[in-house]
Design a protein around this ligand. Structure first.
Ligand SMILES: Nc1nc2c(c(=O)[nH]1)N[C@H]1C(S)=C(S)[C@@H](COP(=O)(O)O)O[C@H]1N2
Ligand SMILES: [Mo]
Length: 506
């Protein structure tokens, strides 16, 4: 067992370490908010997620839903503070000379820099992941770590000074010293709090729901269009400084500014986006009209070499993805900069995002920075974790009206309806059942929207029997294949099974 003084020393060290870590995080978060410098915490979480076993990932999503991501980020912040405290405990234990402590601290800072900058670089930091650029990132990290070290040194010196000249110190000086420390702490606290509040506003939470109610319009308004990303904080790319680079296995690599992209012949098309983690009956689906430049035109200008297998995409948030080169050359694959007639918003991937018909949202990369021809079957961010690489849209259908649990009356007509989607295969038929799937009737397909868009459907129903009724829907794609009734979870290829809701008939 340790002596009392050893223990209280450890406690003081821990406290100093926690304080230092809080100061360090304040610097990092302020740099994040003001200069777009990606924090080492985000980089660490980013590296961790694809390495988590799929079952853990699934359990986390089941438990916390859309809050899993911000919670993980908060957890990583808390872990950093704890680590800072442990570092303080270690430091206070060092009984060596002041010089040895200085050397230890300097080495610690250099090591911390290496350990955090290298993984960040691995995620494309030096290719422009951070809005702030390389030097401001290095500077912000350095300042943050030095502040942590300084807190340890100062709190230690303060303590020792306090012991040495406890009696000798003039009360006035001690008072002034205390005042300076108080003001510093106050400023630090205020800055930290401001950063924390602004950060909370920026945290992206994925709103996952099932059994959504209300017949959707053919085109989902931008404001209500679902958003999904891997990030705790999404990038806000400065379009005026943005450049798209096209390279890899090409004859003529080149770069495009946003003006140059806008000046190329545009193409506009409807396309439904659906997240591969959309549950049966879920809300992670929407349809929009997208305007952009066909990827094929951009690739042809670069001259893709014949040995190319995949086109790899690298994005401002360090996200990477790939599609087979044959897919990339299909006429519907678009580098889009407009959504429903408005400039693409930051959360949907401004200044430009990829649209890949017939493939789940995952490969419709946002904030694209780099397009590369590669000679391998490149495994992207989620594939490394085990999600589908082909990620072909699974035929699906949903009931949106009447609402789940609606109270209907015998003999009173009601509209049954919703959506159906099968990617570029299209929808040839929607059937619905009012008795849990024993008897099926054909629904009406509403107006055709676009080859890659969902189809809305409706049917008229006059309930004939009082009691509970189970409404079910199923769709048949353009190839004549009816969706499967077998339920399967979203991981790793997308959910299957019929959507059903219960209503009350009185
Ligand atoms: N750069 C980048 N692109 C990304 C993602 C991401 O995390 N980073 N998430 C993907 C996923 S999983 C989906 S479902 C779609 C969602 O696009 P939306 O938010 O515009 O609806 O974006 C995709 N593109
Ligand atoms: Mo997704």
């Amino acid at each position: 067992m340790e002596s009392m003084s050893g223990r209280s020393k450890a406690r003081a060290g821990f406290r100093a370490g926690v304080l230092g870590a809080l100061a360090m995080l304040t610097v990092l978060l302020l740099a994040r908010l003001m200069a777009g410098v990606v924090t080492p915490i985000e980089v660490a979480v980013d590296r961790l997620i694809p390495r988590l076993p799929l079952s853990w990932f699934e359990a986390g999503l089941d438990l916390f839903g859309g809050y899993a991501k911000p919670l993980l980020f908060a957890g990583a912040l808390a872990a950093t503070v704890l680590l800072g405290g442990l570092g303080g405990m270690l430091f206070v234990r060092m009984r060596e000379t002041a010089r040895a402590r200085t050397v230890a601290l300097t080495l610690g800072i250099v090591l911390a820099l290496l350990l955090t900058l290298l993984p960040a670089a691995g995620q494309g930091l030096f290719g422009g992941r951070s809005d702030g650029g390389i030097w401001i990132t290095i500077a912000a990290y350095l300042v943050a770590y030095v502040i942590y070290g300084a807190t340890l040194v100062l709190s230690r010196t303060q303590r020792e000074d306090g012991l040495k000249d406890a009696g000798a110190r003039l009360p006035r000086r001690a008072f002034v010293g205390g005042g300076v420390r108080g003001v510093t702490l106050l400023l630090l606290g205020a800055a930290g709090l401001t950063a924390a509040v602004r950060l909370l506003e920026k945290l992206t939470v994925t709103d996952v729901r099932a059994d959504v109610t209300g017949m959707p319009p053919p085109f989902t308004p931008n404001e209500t269009f679902y958003t999904v990303s891997k990030n705790a904080i999404d990038p806000e790319v400065d379009a005026s400084r943005w450049k798209l680079s096209l390279g890899g296995l090409v004859e003529r690599p080149y770069e495009l500014t946003i003006e140059q992209l806008h000046s190329l012949p545009p193409q506009e098309q409807g396309q439904t986006l659906e997240c591969i983690s959309n549950p049966v009956g879920g809300n992670l689906i929407g349809n929009a009209s997208w305007k952009g430049v066909p990827l094929r035109a951009l690739l042809e200008r670069a001259g893709v070499r014949p040995e190319t297998r995949d086109i790899k995409l690298t994005c401002a948030d360090g996200y990477t993805e790939s599609i087979p080169v044959e897919k990339a050359m299909e006429p519907g694959v678009l580098l889009a900069y407009e959504m429903n007639g408005e400039p693409l918003s930051a959360k949907h991937g401004a200044p430009a995002r990829l649209l890949v018909p017939n493939i789940f949202g995952m490969k419709n990369t946002k904030w694209v920075q780099k397009v590369e021809a590669v000679n391998e079957d490149y495994q992207g961010y989620w594939q490394k974790q085990g999600w589908s690489d082909t990620a072909t849209i699974v035929t699906m259908s949903q009931l949106r009206v009447p609402a789940k649990g609606a109270r209907l009356r015998v003999g009173e007509p009601v509209t049954v309806g919703g959506i159906a989607f099968a990617g570029s295969r299209g929808i040839s038929r929607v059937e619905w059942s009012a008795d849990g799937g024993k008897n099926w009737q054909e629904g009406r397909l509403l107006g055709f929207i676009a080859p890659f868009s969902w189809r809305l459907w409706e049917a008229d129903w006059k309930p004939t029997q009082a009691g509970r009724a189970e409404l079910v829907v199923r769709a048949t794609d353009g190839n004549g294949n009816t969706q499967t009734a077998n339920s399967r979870p979203t991981l790793p290829d997308g959910a299957t099974g019929y959507h059903s809701i219960e209503v009350e008939v009185a």
